[in-house]
Design a protein around this ligand. Structure first.
Ligand SMILES: *[C@@H]1O[C@H](CO)[C@@H](O)[C@H](O)[C@H]1NC(C)=O
Ligand SMILES: *[C@@H]1O[C@H](CO)[C@@H](O)[C@H](O)[C@H]1NC(C)=O
Ligand SMILES: *[C@@H]1O[C@H](CO)[C@@H](O)[C@H](O)[C@H]1NC(C)=O
Ligand SMILES: *[C@@H]1O[C@H](CO)[C@@H](O)[C@H](O)[C@H]1NC(C)=O
Ligand SMILES: *[C@@H]1O[C@H](CO)[C@@H](O)[C@H](O)[C@H]1NC(C)=O
Ligand SMILES: CC(=O)N[C@H]1CO[C@H](CO)[C@@H](O)[C@@H]1O
Length: 883
């Protein structure tokens, strides 16, 4: 079938309102046990609302598993851009048994997805016509009133999304101060719809810029509507019915999160604006003097010579001193991390020259390298699609981060990969813009250098490239994108807070290697830099798990990297909203190594805020204090109260580190989130969907921080269940209501253990995670309302890329008797189970036996707990009975 639309568009057909678009009619419907195919044709005259309408489309419906339904609407010739499978591999599968049902209405075409087991309609598009145009896709589903919708990030809005007048825009952006209601750094087009009758998920695998509108108005009712700048409609429906099921079902599509090194869970310190290597060293020293465990020291772009990637400032961060610092850290079982930006200074120096020679930079069609402006001044941007880029990146890493001749970093931090470009579109004169002056352009503000930068070599002329990246006419089946589109100013304008699509980023009309328009793959830039950098770190240390923390992400990023929540602000508002970010990434997007800049990035923190944040941050996957160069220093040791709060929180975190590592490892194999909102374990609790400021760290530790300035109390919600105070061990019975906890000092954070769980804890904390691994274990048995409890512990060497040996211990308490059994693979040496504390025991036992022998124990009547001395080798199973 030939396309007529291009001609129609050129002849200037009048653009109609979207509601007047004709929609499609389905025909040639072929149904089988495992799916359905159909053809769609436009049901009336083109409306050409935003580009031209496709006259014909194809519908593919696949029941991929009992819980997963794949629905795809695409162009018959498959020229329209689709997210490449080498970036997001597609799951396959086919199942005659399915819980989801696809219900087709042929004329006008619409479809509904129902869950058979609950008889519910989950998705229904009949309220508005399908629109499939050259630069716009529109599809709307009806929803129940005021639905519990979560996801569609990255955003800094409430975790539970607004249900009226709400637009989520997905378009990677350097979103300094992470303003609410705007598009931020990353893109995760998945939502969880949580209902009392069950939870389901909807993933739209599309990387184009998009607005997702959620609204409720009198004529249309409650709906969610996709408005994208292109791509195809590639949906995955996940039936749940529990929230955790949706999470694991999503992980089956986008991949399981990567395992992180054990030491990566230690406490990290960073700041932008450390003046030199001596200042970095004195921070390390001051942490140790203060007795605050510092696992890893970080350095921001300050280390670079004039902000040029893969260089060291010869005066402030000379190689010998950097190597001394790294050696010192390694000798003390500490670690070091540096930042790398994608943009390479456009000048005569080896990293640029090699990139130029390899042809890996983004270019105009005539072969001229595209220039933007980032920290060093004029820059070129690597094209992660180019076949030479991985080799180039490996070469730079192998040399600059060489263990013998370079800076032997242990992990990597990648930033500015939206990609951020300070030079506003159209950036006609990057050289003029690159002059750092006292009058910073907006947005984003150019953050001043800690010391004046000498002039940039403006007269440098690189050799002309001999390669030329010209978009050729695409063959059928290329999935590269149709030609003839306006790649700079598409007719449908997404609500990009930066303005034009190309504003402060790479021009969207440039083509990446392989023929991909940046317009289509912009949202993948950070995730591609992530996997390329992950591979480059592996090329340096082939046997160790890379720890890479990135700013920009796309669905599936967690398979390679972790994420920090970007440049927030030292305000109470951002402190609170950091929990939304944490829950989005860890529970919904499968990026569990995530955390905010503790104490806040921009602006001035306060002692009180920093103390509270030091404690809250200790209960996220990634725990790092970081701030801006123009903010006052905020290392924890700067205030006595923050020092005390941090020590207490770090000690609790470290004692719980193996408990959390176990949950993290489980997520990496099963997709069950290591951190979850309250509605995950309590899906039928009607208040749980509204709880935004409390969450579970691991399966059974409920964190309920103080959330207001000046407050010494917090109102917390406890579902109808048995809980125990983590600090006092006393039982707290949840009744499905709010309770107020008072008298909370700056060193207090309320934590509760959920009944029914057994928590393995290191008997003591330590100053490093290496020392921590030498410590014995205690067990806390927290019986549920049925007087039973279970738990587990996973141990491996904490660092090997391929885990060849691991040990797993299972704990089971069934009213008075605890049994501990295990599978020994990893050699745990002489570690022991030191003691067991059983909670909720309302009178002292007459006797306690361990493996049949009388054991020493103490009973605490205040907390109603029994603590038993065990001292049994971890290698041996044991049973403990209260009599
Ligand atoms: C979400 O709703 C709240 C409460 O009505 C409102 O204050 C906020 O501005 C809304 N956010 C966005 C981004 O629309
Ligand atoms: C480290 O502590 C010393 C002594 O309190 C102080 O003078 C110095 O400013 C601190 N330096 C840093 C970088 O924290
Ligand atoms: C290549 O194209 C760009 C963008 O149009 C232009 O700025 C540049 O001058 C051209 N280079 C050459 C060598 O013609
Ligand atoms: C590159 O091409 C431009 C335009 O064709 C030309 O003016 C310039 O001299 C060339 N530069 C080099 C280094 O060959
Ligand atoms: C950490 O080291 C300090 C001395 O710097 C010591 O006082 C403290 O007890 C150590 N902490 C742990 C948990 O071992
Ligand atoms: C200092 C600063 O720019 N703060 C911004 C943080 O984000 C909020 C929106 O969430 C803005 O209103 C603030 O201006």
């Amino acid at each position: 079938m030939k396309f007529l639309h291009g001609i129609l568009a050129l002849s200037g057909i009048v653009t109609l309102a979207l509601a007047d678009c004709p929609g499609y009619i389905a025909y040639n419907v072929a149904q089988s046990k495992v799916g359905l195919t159909a053809d769609l044709k436009l049901a009336g005259p083109n409306c050409n609302a935003y580009g031209w309408d496709f006259g014909y489309l194809k519908l593919l419906v696949e029941y991929q598993s009992t819980e997963r339904l794949h629905v795809m609407i695409y162009d018959p010739n498959e020229q329209v851009y689709q997210v490449p499978t080498f970036i997001v591999p597609r799951p396959d599968g086919s199942s005659a048994k399915n819980d989801l049902e696809f219900d087709l209405t042929p004329n006008p075409f619409s479809f509904a997805v129902r869950r058979k087991s609950t008889g519910e309609t989950l998705f229904d598009t009949k309220g508005a016509p399908l629109i499939f145009e050259s630069q716009y896709l529109g599809l709307r589903t009806a929803l129940p009133n005021d639905p519990n919708i979560y996801g569609l990030g990255e955003h800094s809005d409430p975790f539970r999304l607004n249900s009226t007048n709400y637009i989520r825009t997905l378009w990677s952006r350097d979103a300094y101060t992470i303003p609410a209601g705007t598009n931020l750094y990353g893109n995760h087009p998945i939502y969880f719809d949580h209902r009392m009758s069950g939870t389901h998920g909807v993933f739209l695998l599309n990387s184009n810029g998009m607005d997702i509108k959620i609204n409720n108005d009198p004529t249309d009712g409650q709906y969610l509507e996709y408005n994208t700048n292109g791509g195809v409609l590639d949906f995955y429906f996940l039936s749940g019915p529990n929230p955790t099921d949706v999470a694991t079902q999503y992980s089956e599509i986008i991949g399981k999160s990567t395992m992180m090194p054990y030491w990566g869970f230690g406490f990290h310190q960073c700041r932008y604006g450390y003046q030199d290597v001596y200042e970095v060293a004195s921070v390390v020293y001051n942490y140790s003097q203060a007795g605050i465990p510092l696992e890893t020291m970080w350095t921001d772009i300050d280390y670079m010579n004039l902000r040029q990637v893969f260089t060291l400032d010869p005066e402030r961060f000379p190689l010998e001193k950097m190597q001394e610092l790294v050696t010192y850290l390694h000798d003390h079982d500490q670690h070091y991390v540096l930042m790398v930006d994608p943009a390479v200074a456009y000048m005569d120096y080896p990293p640029f020259n090699l990139g130029q020679q390899e042809g890996i930079f983004m270019e105009f069609p005539n072969g001229t390298i595209f220039q933007g402006v980032v920290w060093p001044g004029i820059t070129a941007f690597p094209d992660w699609f180019h076949p030479n880029t991985q080799g180039y990146w490996n070469t730079e890493f192998d040399s600059f981060f060489n263990a013998d001749t370079g800076v032997n970093i242990d992990a990597l931090w990648i930033d500015m990969n939206e990609a951020s470009n300070f030079c506003p579109f159209p950036c006609a004169n990057p050289a003029a813009f690159a002059v750092f002056n006292s009058d910073p352009p907006t947005p984003p503000p150019v953050r001043a250098n800690p010391r004046p930068l000498p002039g940039f070599p403006a007269d440098f002329q690189p050799p002309n490239s001999t390669t030329s990246r010209i978009m050729k006419r695409q063959a059928d089946g290329s999935k590269l994108g149709i030609s003839g589109r306006d790649l700079l100013t598409p007719p449908y304008y997404i609500h990009n807070a930066a303005g034009a699509l190309s504003m402060n980023t790479i021009r969207t009309d440039l083509y990446h290697s392989g023929g991909y328009a940046d317009y289509d793959v912009h949202n993948l830039y950070g995730t591609m830099m992530s996997s390329t950098s992950y591979n480059a770190m592996l090329s340096r240390r082939p046997n160790n798990r890379p720890l890479v923390i990135t700013r920009s992400t796309y669905a599936g990023a967690g398979t390679k990297v972790g994420h920090w929540l970007g440049d927030n602000v030292s305000t109470w508002d951002k402190y609170r909203i950091s929990i939304s970010g944490l829950l989005q990434f860890a529970s919904l997007y499968q990026v569990p190594m995530v955390g905010s800049d503790v104490c806040g990035y921009a602006g001035d923190t306060t002692e009180e805020l920093c103390a509270r944040w030091a404690m809250l941050g200790a209960f996220s996957g990634f725990y790092r204090n970081h701030n801006s160069n123009d903010s006052p220093p905020q290392e924890f040791y700067r205030w006595a109260s923050v020092t005390a709060a941090a020590k207490k929180a770090i000690n609790a975190r470290y004692q719980l580190l193996d408990y959390f590592y176990t949950a993290f490892q489980q997520q990496s194999v099963s997709g069950v989130p290591a951190i979850s909102p309250m509605w995950f374990p309590y899906p039928t609790d009607t208040t749980a969907p509204l709880i935004e400021l409390q969450y579970f760290f691991g399966p059974s530790i409920l964190i309920s921080p103080v959330t207001d300035e000046g407050a010494t109390s917090v109102s917390i919600y406890l579902p109808n269940d048995q809980f125990y105070d983590f600090w006092t061990l006393a039982p707290v019975t949840g009744t499905g209501s709010y309770i107020t906890l008072s008298n909370l000092q700056l060193t207090d954070i309320p934590i509760h253990i959920r009944g029914g769980s057994i928590i393995p804890m290191r008997a003591q904390s330590a100053n490093t995670t290496t020392a921590l691994r030498q410590n014995n274990f205690n067990l806390i048995v927290a019986p549920g309302t049925n007087n039973k409890a279970t738990g587990s512990l996973y141990i491996d060497d904490g660092d090997s890329l391929v885990t060849t040996a691991s040990s797993t211990y299972n704990f089971n308490y069934a009213g008075k008797t605890l049994t501990v059994s295990g599978v020994q693979g990893y050699d745990v040496g002489n570690l022991q189970w030191s003691q067991v504390t059983v909670l909720g025991v309302n009178k002292a036992p007459k006797n306690v036996k361990v493996n049949g022998n009388n054991a020493q124990y103490t009973y605490n009547a205040n907390s109603q707990s029994v603590t038993v001395t065990v001292n049994v080798a971890l290698k041996g199973a044991f049973a403990l009975t209260l009599q």
